[in-house]
Design a protein around this ligand. Sequence first.
Ligand SMILES: [Zn+2]
Length: 115
Amino acid sequence: MNGRRALMAGLVALALCVGMVAGCGQDGRSSGAEKAPPLYLRAADIKDGAPKYFPEQGQCPVCPTSELREKIYVDVDGKRIYFDSEECRKKFKQNRSKYLQKLDKRKKEASGGEK
Ligand SMILES: [Zn+2]
């Protein structure tokens, strides 16, 4: 009699426990992952369907930060260049040819075209 009661109590406790853990885990994971801003280390990793100006681009063209954001970009000749921040995008627009030159240089280096 006592044994059976203990077993029932144990099962109820287990069910409650599993329910709580599962609920918590799901809530925590889904909201946390979706709120975090997406960061990419290479333009080629950004799957937005846009042609990339420099697929191997692994750095903001303006500052040395190696984090790119999918939503912060400029299209040059229909090809997309990514930035890490809105500030860098503004700087790029103000001095486009200078930063494009920098990017073109990196592009050549990345393709091994150091002749
Ligand atoms: Zn930057």
